[in-house]
Design a protein around this ligand. Structure first.
Ligand code: SF4
Length: 56
């Protein structure tokens, strides 16, 4: 199950630099491609806003 980025995202880009799969793309808020995400959780631990959560 892919992780998801919530509205708490402040578009700092920290998650994109730590994702080993390159699953995170830039935007008004950042977005995780669920087809590419490995469900590793690396991004969630690094997000300063706590905006990344495990998907349901
Ligand atoms: Fe990338 Fe891992 Fe976050 Fe998925 S859970 S977006 S693979 S860092």
């Amino acid at each position: 199950m892919a992780y998801v980025i919530t509205d708490s995202c402040v578009a700092c880009g920290t998650c994109q630099t730590v994702c080993p799969a390159g699953a995170i793309s830039e935007g008004d808020i950042y977005k995780i491609d669920p087809d590419v995400c490995l469900d590793c959780g690396a991004c969630a631990g690094e997000c300063p806003s706590g905006a990344i959560e495990p998907g349901e």
